[in-house]
Design a binder for this molecule. Structure first.
Ligand code: FAQ
Length: 316
């Protein structure tokens, strides 16, 4: 079959909601888009462990420490599922990791902000995981089989993370004046970066149209951002604090909350490597990778030994 027919069949499968699997035909641009998105997503999970790990040793109780440890471990697991999904597209994990460490690959802008207080751990759970879920639940229906299946498990764990974050904030909201101030300050700092997680406005998003045609994305960046604002603007009432946006108001006609302008200069600055913690994050990630080299070497040596033993026992 020639490429034109193959591409026609491919799009028909997608239109009929039939999953594309690793050995199926796929246009090169579809493969590239998936490698780009899934690898950026995997990197985000791995780099996303760093801001939280800052608080593992300083969690206010054993229960909080256990919860946070489990969450950070989940994120490592998400990274691994996603790197594996990406490998089904014919790229190897080492080269993806190399691109990240050389500063050539993107990861979510949100993880370049500092975690200054314990309330930030709650805010990350509630807002950052909340934004991640809003964006990732539709990815469970992504047209590419391995990515969609990885996302089902990831989303279940992310929902737990979000509840854990909200519970931390709820506890602070019922605490002392100082704790309430810490809570408000944290939400003030994380709100706008959370909105930026959804990516640029649709008019400035070069990939959305194609990704929606291929059913990699099911909703545009602005559609998901709006859904998120609508949910959070209601949930915050329970915490008895406010979002740092004087323009936030319910619009009866639209049936949505209106919200103020996003600082896109800040967003592109952070994406470009100039956020408050970009350099620290990359330094910590590369150091952790280098320190873990002996574990990877040992695992490879063990696998080789087992393979040799198996070959010898087969031959004898
Ligand atoms: N940060 O045309 P679009 C998490 C880039 S996981 C940095 O709109 P697209 C779990 C974009 O890559 C969070 N760069 O692109 C957790 C593209 O650059 P390129 C990560 C961004 O792909 C929680 C350019 O801008 N989630 O939080 C960002 O159609 C708590 C043009 O943008 C995912 O990765 C950004 N925020 O839409 C862990 C979900 N936004 O490649 C620890 C999967 C955009 O041309 C603690 N990804 N860019 O050089 C997606 O859904 C999509 O890739 C979007 C972007 C929606 C992020």
């Amino acid at each position: 079959m020639d490429t034109v027919h193959l591409e026609k069949d491919f799009q028909e499968k997608i239109d009929q909601e039939i999953k594309i699997e690793p050995k199926d035909f796929m246009p090169d641009a579809y493969r590239k888009t998936l490698v780009r998105q899934i690898s950026q997503h995997a990197h985000s999970e791995i780099v996303g462990m760093l801001p939280e790990s800052n608080w593992i040793g300083r969690a206010p109780s054993l229960r909080r420490k256990l919860g946070l440890l489990a969450k950070v471990q989940d994120e490592a697991g998400h990274g691994l599922y996603l790197y594996s999904a990406c490998e089904t597209l014919g790229v190897d994990r080492e080269s993806l990791i190399e691109q990240l460490h050389e500063g050539k690959a993107k990861y979510s802008s949100i993880f370049n902000y500092p975690t200054l207080t314990w309330a930030d751990i709650g805010a990350i759970g509630w807002l950052v995981d909340g934004a991640a879920i809003m964006n990732q639940v539709p990815l469970c229906r992504c047209s590419y089989g391995p990515y969609s299946r990885a996302m089902i498990r990831i989303c279940k764990e992310e929902s737990f993370h979000q509840r854990q974050g909200f519970e931390i904030l709820l506890t602070l909201s019922r605490g002392s004046e100082e704790q309430k101030e810490m809570l408000q300050d944290s939400v003030n700092r994380w709100w706008w970066p959370s909105l930026m997680m959804f990516g640029p406005h649709d008019k400035d998003s070069p990939h959305t149209a194609k990704s929606m045609k291929w059913k990699i994305k099911r909703f545009s960046n602005d559609e998901l951002r709006q859904k998120f604002v609508d949910v959070i603007a209601e949930q915050i009432k329970i915490l008895g604090i406010t979002l740092p946006d004087p323009d936030l108001s319910w619009n009866e006609e639209r049936g949505h909350y209106d919200f103020g302008p996003i600082n896109w200069d800040e967003f592109w600055d952070v994406v470009g490597g100039n956020g408050p913690c970009n350099k620290q994050r990359m330094h910590d990630r590369v150091t952790a990778h280098e320190r873990g080299a002996w574990v990877r070497d040992a695992a490879i040596a063990h696998a080789e030994k087992r393979a040799t033993r198996k070959a010898i026992s087969k031959a004898s």
